[in-house]
Write a protein that binds this ligand. Structure first.
Ligand code: SF4
Length: 334
């Protein structure tokens, strides 16, 4: 393990907030990519519980529980803590210190023009997120990636502005105090967007997810309720698979049968109920082993916590070094 973690593979850093159980949409959009990178890169993956507080600070009753559930989901999906550094952000409080240092030199105007800021303030108006912590989350994000001298950050096109902001903050630091931080580059990923049960993007906020916490029978029920081509009333009506959420699931989880399904649908030779059953069976093949593994992992929470602590210790060693470099550059402390 240690040898793999000290080799010279390019460094990748990525994190996700523990604000809900991992679902199929998260898997297709990010987790599958994390897994694909873990052999070829020196991956630092973290559960971003400080970031969770930027929007969910008012009710933290489930935060620890969610942290463990997300850790179990990641490992059950195939993220291997023996290959990557899997850690908990708040167990490496140096992230908070570096974020504070970066916030000293980050103009408020840069934070206010962050495209997500206004969108999320409106979208999450019930959560009252006009806080200093939320406005400043790009500083924390920059700290997360600069801390480990990330060469790459896996991002979709829509997240490029966030990365650019982290790069700008790094440049400003380097300009003021001498070169310290390499600017992380984007590792552009084609993140797939899966539809949820209601046809909109699968997302916790729409309550339309199929998560790995769902029992197999619940998954089947959800698939049977998915919206399909609304123009299709009778089994013999020619369908349009390209606009059907169930078909998107076939393409992801039932690849080898998807062409045949599309043909049968267009020809009106398969009913939506039968099609959903086939889809549910294909999803179950993928979902059930992960569900069972995450259930087994969660039955031993102390082992899971230990795994996170091990990863956090490795991360913290690196973080302490980086904080020492940053403090020296700024000339604070002795
Ligand atoms: S047959 Fe399948 S692909 Fe066609 S509309 Fe019905 S559920 Fe969708």
């Amino acid at each position: 393990m240690d040898q793999q973690k000290t080799n010279k593979k390019p460094v990748v850093v990525s994190g996700a907030r523990p604000t809900g159980d991992i679902h199929l949409g998260n898997y297709a959009g990010a987790v599958a990519n994390w897994i694909a990178l873990q052999d070829d890169y020196d991956c630092h993956y973290f559960i971003a519980d400080y970031h969770a507080l930027t929007t969910h600070y008012q009710d933290t009753s489930e935060l620890r529980d969610l942290t463990l559930r997300v850790a179990a989901d990641y490992i059950a999906c195939g993220i291997d803590p023996d290959k990557v550094i899997l850690f908990l952000q708040s167990s490496v409080p140096e992230h908070a210190e570096l974020s504070l240092l970066l916030s000293m030199l980050t103009p408020v105007s840069w934070l206010e023009r962050n495209p997500s800021y206004k969108d999320l303030v409106n979208e999450l108006s019930k959560l009252e997120i006009r806080t200093l912590g939320f406005l400043g989350y790009p500083c924390l994000m920059a700290a997360d990636v600069l801390m480990y001298r990330a060469n790459f950050v896996p991002v979709g096109e829509d997240q490029l502005p966030h990365l650019e902001l982290a790069r700008e903050i790094a440049r400003r630091f380097n300009h003021l105090y001498g070169t310290t931080f390499p600017e992380p580059a984007a590792l552009l990923t084609k993140s797939k967007v899966l539809p949820g049960t209601d046809g909109r993007k699968m997302s916790k906020s729409y309550d339309n997810t199929i998560s790995f916490a769902d029992a197999p029978e619940e998954v089947q029920k959800k698939v049977m309720c998915m919206v399909t081509d609304p123009a299709r009333i009778h089994k013999t009506d020619p369908g349009h698979p390209e606009i059907c959420s169930v078909f998107s699931m076939h393409k992801e989880f039932n690849v080898e049968d998807s062409e045949e399904i599309a043909r049968l649908c267009r020809a009106g030779e398969i009913g939506c109920v039968a099609c959903k059953r086939r889809c549910g069976a294909a999803i179950a093949k993928f979902h059930t082993p992960i569900h069972e593994k995450r259930t087994a992992l969660l039955a031993q929470p102390s082992q899971l916590i230990e795994r996170l602590q091990e990863g956090s210790k490795v991360a913290q060693k690196k973080a302490k070094n980086m904080i020492a470099v940053a403090r020296e550059a700024i000339k604070i402390g002795f």
